[in-house]
Every structure is written in C-alpha cells, then in structure tokens.
Design a protein around this ligand. Structure first.
Ligand code: ATP
Length: 359
C-alpha cells in the first residue's frame, strides 16, 4: 500500500515538457532518491510534491488525500534546500523556532521540539550561534533541524550535500541514514550523485528527459540496469559499453567478442542470433587486469587512478577502444604499461545495439 502516489504527473514550462508522465509509489518510511543528470526534471518533481510548483495533470496523493490543490503549508511536508536558506541574522535556535512561532506553538512546546532536534543533530552547543559562525556541515544540520521540528509527514531534500566538501559529504551521508532510521520518516531526496543514491536509498528512481528510466532498490539497479543509459549512470567508474558481435548462443548464455575481449553473458529475454551486433556492458570491477600475456586482448595503460586498495586503469585496446579496468592496488602499474584482461564470468550485461534495451 503506497503512502505517497505520484500518478502520471506532467509539467510544461511554455512549450517545454519538463515532466512527461511520471509514476512513483512511495511506501511509508521509505527513503526514495530521485537520480538523474542535470535538467532531467527531478527538482521540478520535488517542488511539485512540496507545492512550490503547480501540477499540470496527473495526481499527487499523500496518505490517501489528493494534494494537487492543497497549499504548500498544509501538506505536512518540510523541504531542505541545497542553499540551506537560513536566516542570517537569527541564531540557530531562532532559525529552528521561526516556523513553530508562525504555526502558533507556545514557548514550552517550541523549546521541547528544538531541544529534541538539537539532540538528534548534535547542535545543542551551537544553539546560540549565528549561521555565519558555523561550518557548512553545521549549517546544513540547522537546515535539517528546521525541517525536523515541524514533524512533517514527509521530508524533501534537494541536493542537500552539494555545497559540502568530499569528506563532509560522506559524514553527512552517514548522518542522514541515521536520521532516517531514528525519525522513521518518509523521505524523498534529489541528487545527481549516484554514490549518494546508492548509499542512502531504499528505492532509486532514475530519470532522464522528464521520464523515469528505472525504479528499483540500489542493488537491483546496479545488477540489472534496464538499458545503456541506466547502466552508464550507476557505478563509478562507469560501466564499459562496447560494440560486440555474438559468436555463440547456448540457451541463456551468449558469447560475444568485443575487439578480442571474449565474454559470456547470461540473458533473460529473446536470445540474439550468431553474428548479431550488440552492446556489451561490463563494469571495471568485473574485469581482471594482469601483467604478462593472458588469454585476453592486450591493453595500453593510458592513465591510473590509485585509490589504495584498488587502482582504476584507463586503458586502450589495439583497436582504439577505451576500457576501464579495476586492478589490485598492490600491482605496480603505471601509464605506458601493457596489461591483459579477462572478464569475471556471469557479470557482463548485453543490450540491443539498436534500442539500448537490456537483452
Ligand atoms: P539540476 O540537477 O540541474 O537541478 P533537474 O533535473 O533538477 O536539474 P529541473 O530543475 O527539474 O532539472 O528542470 C527540468 C527542466 O525544466 C530544465 O530543462 C529546466 O531548464 C526547465 N525548467 C525548470 N524550471 C523552469 C521554469 N521555471 N521555467 C522554465 N523552465 C524551467
């Protein structure tokens, strides 16, 4: 039973269709991430849920009630913005208190809610500071605190971590996951960062050009992307997508050859025929790179990205095709080296060369 239902929602700005019919079911307490490249319509959708943007057609239901024409303030929703949107001349306490005052809550009740939010977000020692005397991460926690005190039915987040540096982002990701567990609230979160999506979401909605490409839990989307767009969007470094030719088919196992890289892939759908052109998708972590002459094609190492435990080697085949390979961080590899590589069995994906859809 869905708690929030977005049913064939559409939105145009003049002649431009920003959302072209979007359906999402959100369960109570679910953490849903809207993920997609810039301009795909994810912020527009979030703003429509918040009531900051009108809905041209389709329905927005929350807890059984149609919300299309309900005022923003009466939707039981709190939104946290990328820019924090704090009042600069109010202290942390006053920033959190403002909405409660407007809602007509008495002082003891306001104080209790602020104390609880400050405890959850570890803001208690900072309550009397002004925003300018806080770090970026602390400001973002205040913005979240302001949302928490209102005890909304649904929290909306619009790229809340994008102004933070890498270390703080990681810390805040962990904080947000903890917050979600502690508050047991329904959350809808917009990002174009697939790491945020993978680590925070119960459910990811991948969007492109105002449409949903795939909805599923993070591992489903990682393991079974429905098309080359989703395949290329999830995973870091991105999945290698190579032109390949089918060399044999045995029931569900299809062997393909991509410029000398021979890979067996399991398919679900109608098998392709021998000789057919397909797109082979294989993630860098599912390729095994090694020195010396192996059975695979030889690859020239163009650049290396060392992460410690593993190294990402950006390589080029003899045929001029680029291939990213993850290798053991202990291997002393550097640009200019030649390596060979083989594919882990059963981890490759095949897509139609024409439509990009998963085979
Ligand atoms: P980003 O990650 O860059 O914020 P997004 O996926 O959130 O992108 P939206 O902000 O939802 O994208 O915008 C979707 C499309 O609608 C974009 O092409 C944008 O230019 C357009 N758009 C959004 N708001 C308006 C507006 N008020 N008037 C005209 N066009 C708009």
């Amino acid at each position: 039973m869905s708690y929030m239902k977005i049913d064939d929602v559409r939105k145009s700005f003049g002649r431009y269709e920003a959302l072209r019919g979007v359906d999402i079911d959100i369960a109570k307490r679910e953490f849903v991430v809207l993920l997609g490249p810039s301009g795909c319509g994810k912020s527009t959708l979030l703003r429509m849920i918040a009531g900051l943007e009108s809905i041209d057609s389709g329905d927005l239901m929350i807890d059984g009630q149609r919300m299309n024409n309900v005022k923003s303030a009466n939707r039981g929703i709190s939104m946290v913005f990328q820019s924090y949107a704090l009042y600069p001349h109010k202290t942390v306490r006053q920033n959190m208190e403002f909405g409660l005052k407007v809602a007509g809550l008495k002082k003891p009740e306001r104080d209790a809610k602020i104390a609880e939010a400050a405890r959850i977000l570890q803001l208690t020692p900072l309550l009397d500071r002004l925003p300018r005397d806080l770090s970026g991460g602390q400001r973002q926690r205040v913005a979240i605190g302001r949302a928490i005190v209102r005890e909304p039915k649904v929290f909306l987040f619009d790229e809340p971590l994008s102004n933070l540096d890498a270390a703080l982002r990681m810390q805040m990701r962990v904080e947000l996951a903890r917050l979600h567990r502690e508050l047991q609230a329904t959350m809808v979160y917009v990002t174009h960062d697939q790491v945020e999506a993978m680590t925070l979401a119960d459910k990811i909605v991948v969007m492109r050009d105002g449409l949903i490409e795939q909805t599923g839990n993070p591992l489903e989307i990682y393991r079974r992307p429905v098309n080359t767009f989703v395949a290329g969007f999830i995973g870091s470094p991105t999945m290698n997508l190579l032109d390949a030719r089918v060399t044999s088919v045995s029931e569900r196992i299809v062997r393909v050859d991509a410029a000398g890289l021979i890979v067996d892939a399991e398919i679900d759908g109608e098998p392709p025929i021998v000789g057919e052109r397909v797109t082979l998708g294989i993630r860098p972590e599912h390729l095994e790179g090694q020195f010396g002459t192996g059975s695979g094609p030889s690859l020239d190492v163009i650049a290396c990205e060392r992460l410690g435990g593993v190294t990402h080697a950006f390589t080029r085949f003899s045929a001029g095709i680029d291939l990213t390979v993850q290798i053991d961080g202990e291997l002393p590899i550097s640009p200019g080296n030649t390596i060979t590589c083989t594919a882990h069995p059963g981890r490759a994906h095949l897509f139609s060369a024409e439509t990009g859809l998963r085979l």
